[in-house]
Design a protein around this ligand. Sequence first.
Ligand code: PLP
Length: 269
Amino acid sequence: MTRMLVDGRADGRVSPLDRGLLYGDGLFETIAVLDGRPRFLDWHFERLADGAGRLGLPPPDLERLRSEIGEVAAAPRAVVKLVLTRGIGARGYRPPRPAAPTRIVFASDWPAGHAPVAAAAARLGWCRTRLGRNPALAGLKHLNRLEQVLARSEWDDADLDEGLMCDDRGRVIAATQANLFAKIGGRWLTPRLDECGVAGIMRRAFRAWSAERGAPVEERDLAVADVESASALLVTNALIGAWPAGTLAGRPLAADPDAAAFNAWLAGQ
Ligand SMILES: Cc1ncc(COP(=O)(O)O)c(C=O)c1O
């Protein structure tokens, strides 16, 4: 079941003239609600507020969003999606000033058989679709996700869980809907996201957890050959936590105990 508020109203509607729809002019957050509590909400709000600042949207009213999230996420376990667009403007790309953003908050049931900690290891492959580089958008969870849509349409095979994506220079950036960590030389590495990619909340959590244990994750450019040489891989997002890879393009990978240790810590957050 989906419970939805548009600009705070259960009977609210989004206009066909909304710039979120016309241009992907907006931001979103996907938030895990576990035991009735939105997890890492302050970090989601931080990323949303940062994104709003970078796109020149008015700062979102976070307290109002917090209360709307509480209103839609009535179940102990749910997925909340929060969408903030630049609202309606005159014809053309020129942003309306001031903008009157549209706010959409909805909760869906927790996907059946999905996390918080996946039972089986992830089967990863490579996507052909490349990510374009644009520092002005890098890190943002903006509404333009066509690269991920094209990448995810590359496979229908139920034997593949996630696909890894490179940028146009062939550097590995992320999975289609998750960030990537590779253990190389006994150390966790993760791709830099200053030119493309989404700065994930769970990426931040895994980095904070690792740093606290005295083994900080290194942000680095990673080539395909680097990732193929990794002793372990894991992918992260707000819903799956850290999902260790069992295979990459069919090649078996060992489970690294850090994934389970992190997920155990996560369960207590
Ligand atoms: C393209 C992409 N990268 C990374 C992530 C991970 O972000 P988060 O940890 O905030 O869920 C997602 C999540 O959906 C994503 O779609």
